[in-house]
Design a protein around this ligand. Structure first.
Ligand code: ATP
Ligand code: MG
Length: 570
């Protein structure tokens, strides 16, 4: 899709859950068209991993079924064995359940219908609605015409039904090589809609299918298979993305020819696909990113794959609320990445316990604090939920703070530590910076402070002295080493693949940074996929695969605020 001329055209977000599809269903329910039945389906082709665009479709289909007391089927559209694999089937099932949806007993495969699809094709031939073509694929293309020129009839269009039937059966029996014949629907070579110019509905492919093995050497085409699968499953509303709008007449044509066989004619309804800034979503490009090792596999936390956003720290709830917030419409538009990120922030702000981590540590020594002394400070697990309790953060002479919380020469408006300046160490004391230690390279190695014993947080009168800065810290003695992966957007361009742009040219070199950090002790017990707010640093998730108590690994899901504009490199 083309990018908008400026950011202002990015779709404004409405929270209204109703949409034109629900209006259609409401009307159908009023008129009794489906006797109150609502049955939808999510029909992925198992030829790659699902991405956040698919999540829009999943939330829509499963969400509608749920709200109307209906069911949503998960159907694998597996008619193209060259590119499909069980690995993708498994991953897709995993993604859909992770998102919180349950297809119950309604798990289907288009390949389950191969027998019926074949039988219907024979029926179409006998009804003179389909014929076996022997023009080559290039010739078929030539005969098809263009948007401005009508097509012309194939010389094989008028072969008798008996002859077509014989050839079709022999195609099935494996008598011919790939490409020798195809079966075409007999519709109208002069139709203004190219999809209606005698589309191919079966082709010969001598190839092993992941489910039907070597049983078939002819495979039905998508447009033929999809509508029949919908009808066999008694789908009521078949929701798909806008690029199928021009295929709808074909969808209806096939079902109209088979009315006596199927007794069901679902309604195809198209909606706009999700376009999200700073990401690419085409399966081909995702495969390219993975196979060229431009990212670390399918579940790289920077990818828009569902496996990726899961590993990044997204919650199913945040993705559902994103899908609700962007709504569905018929107008193609771009959604800004911050909309997705804000959904995660809103969810985790409520649900993530607070913890302390020092991402890039700097040593802070309190000169007037006894070296053998320790005392307890108390940090709330959630500032809005006192009943979540507090935990002990031990205070002592040698601490770690963030490097970014100290500036030797403070810039204007910098209220954290600098020589002579005072800050509050959160949940503890006010300290004043009195000296700076440097290493041989002249880099700041440690800073020295003095503390004011009268200022301990939570003691009477302690808060009367106000300082502008308030920074987090950990005691050197108790801080635990952790690997923290700071992820950022994968692309620097909001529209990395619009027009004829090469998205590989706008990869963000700073999209992944691994830092050797310190975390508080409580985080050693974090379970894989447990999420936290690291105070002042953002929301993080214990890595699904790499987190262990001996080597904790956390991924940054999202920063606390949207800081993209301020940190992005041009
Ligand atoms: P392909 O490039 O292989 O056609 P696809 O993204 O269309 O990829 P499918 O497996 O055919 O993949 O998609 C399954 C369903 O998800 C379809 O109904 C499709 O319309 C929907 N879908 C795919 N991409 C998006 C998107 N960006 N926004 C909303 N729905 C999408
Ligand atoms: Mg598709």
């Amino acid at each position: 899709m083309k990018e908008p001329s400026n950011n202002a055209t990015v779709e404004s977000i409405s929270a209204a859950p109703s949409n034109f599809i629900r209006t259609i269903i409401d009307n159908d329910n009023c008129s009794g068209k489906w006797n109150g039945r609502v049955e939808t389906r999510f029909p992925p082709e198992p030829n790659g991993y699902l991405h956040i665009g698919h999540a829009k479709s999943i939330c829509l289909n499963f969400g509608i079924a749920k709200d109307y007391g209906g069911v949503c089927h998960l159907r694998f559209d597996d008619t193209n064995p060259e590119k499909e694999a069980q690995e993708y089937v498994d991953a897709i099932c995993d993604n859909v359940s992770w998102l919180g949806f349950d297809w119950g007993k309604h798990l289907y495969y288009s390949s389950d219908y191969f027998d019926q699809l074949y039988e219907f094709a024979e029926y179409l031939i006998t009804e003179d609605k389909a014929y076996v073509e022997e023009l080559s694929s290039e010739e078929i293309r030539e005969y098809r015409g263009t948007l401005t020129n009508p097509g012309k009839n194939s010389p094989y269009r008028n072969r008798s039904s008996a002859e077509s039937l014989d050839l079709f059966r022999r195609m099935k029996a494996g008598e011919f090589p790939d490409g020798k014949y195809v079966l075409r629907a007999k519709i109208d070579m002069t139709s203004p809609n190219i999809n209606m110019r005698d589309p191919v509905i079966y082709r010969i492919r001598h190839i092993h299918h992941q489910r039907t093995g070597d049983q078939w050497c002819i495979y039905p085409m998508y447009d033929y298979t999809h509508c029949i699968s919908d009808a066999l499953e008694k789908i009521t509303h078949s929701l798909c993305t806008l690029e199928f709008e021009d295929h709808r007449p074909l969808y209806d044509w096939v079902l109209d020819q088979l009315t006596d066989k199927l007794h069901c004619h679902p309604q195809q309804i198209e909606f706009a696909r999700l376009n999200l800034t700073y990401t690419v979503m085409s399966k081909r490009k995702l495969i390219e990113l993975v196979s060229n090792e431009l990212v670390d596999g399918w579940d790289d936390p920077r990818l828009s794959t569902l496996a990726g956003v899961r590993r990044r720290g997204y919650t199913p709830r945040s993705i559902q609320s994103f899908a609700e917030r962007i709504g569905v419409s018929k107008a193609d538009s771009w959604i800004d990445m911050t909309v997705l990120e804000d959904c995660l922030r809103e969810d985790l702000n409520e649900t993530a316990p607070r913890r302390i981590a020092i991402l890039e540590p700097l040593k802070l020594i309190i000169d007037n604090y006894p070296s053998d002394k320790e005392e307890d400070c108390f940090a709330p697990n959630h500032p809005q939920y006192p009943d979540w309790g507090k935990r002990v953060i031990p205070f002592s002479k040698v601490l770690y703070i963030e490097q970014s919380d100290f500036m030797e020469v403070p810039s204007k408006g910098y209220f954290r530590l600098s020589p002579g300046a005072e800050v509050r160490l959160r949940y503890a004391f006010i300290v004043k910076c009195v000296d700076v230690e440097k290493n041989a390279q002249g880099k700041v190695a440690a800073i020295h402070c003095i503390y004011d014993p009268q200022t301990k947080s939570g003691t009477p009168g302690a808060e009367s002295r106000k300082v502008k800065g308030n920074i987090h810290w950990l005691s050197e003695k108790y801080a635990q080493k952790a690997e923290i992966r700071l992820y950022d957007r994968l692309f620097t361009d909001p529209y990395p693949d619009s027009g004829d742009k090469d998205y590989k040219k706008s990869l963000n070199p700073d999209s992944k940074k691994i830092v050797a950090s310190y975390v508080e002790q409580a985080l050693l017990d974090a379970k894989p996929e447990e999420r936290f707010q690291f105070e002042r640093n953002g929301y993080f998730i214990a890595d699904r695969y790499d987190m262990t108590a001996t080597k904790p690994v956390f991924n940054r899901a999202v920063t606390l605020r949207d800081s993209w504009g301020k940190t992005a490199k041009p």
